[in-house]
Design a protein around this ligand. Sequence first.
Ligand code: ZN
Length: 179
Amino acid sequence: MAIMEILEVPDPRLKKIAKPVDTIDDGVRKIVSDMFDTMYDARGIGLASIQVGIEQAVVVIDLQEDEPPLEEGGEPRPARQPHVFINPEIVWQSEDLNTYTEGCLSIPENYADVERPARCRLKWLDLDSVAHEKEFDGLMSTCVQHELDHLAGIVFLDHISRLKRDMILKKLAKARKAA
Ligand code: ZN
């Protein structure tokens, strides 16, 4: 298990653009495994390679939506459903939009409403180099689009008003100074 350092805004490395993975080898498998460790450790639901300073196009997502408790009044059980997307590419987006209050491991403890296409169709490779294509909706669609933005050097702050963005950046700088 290896926890990587998660870059935070305004780190210029978050503006880098990921390059496609050539060969899915043990090196890539190690990156994926370390990215899952890092994402779970930080209690995130998605992580893109660019956020840990790696410029190969890799995204991991696990919404960890709770399963109902085993017995009445019991604790809900967080279910793990890890998804790996290598060289992901959005091939279609719906015209209808959806708004989610988004957070980001690179923008800790700050949230903002972001409007995005409600559904999207994604093409990607899995760890066995097998190609997939699937349509996503709901939170998964939002998460996929948020993570793919990272591979293009974009964070959710780039989707909101300048006023709101500056406010969040200021708050982050202040929190960092106090720490
Ligand atoms: Zn993010």
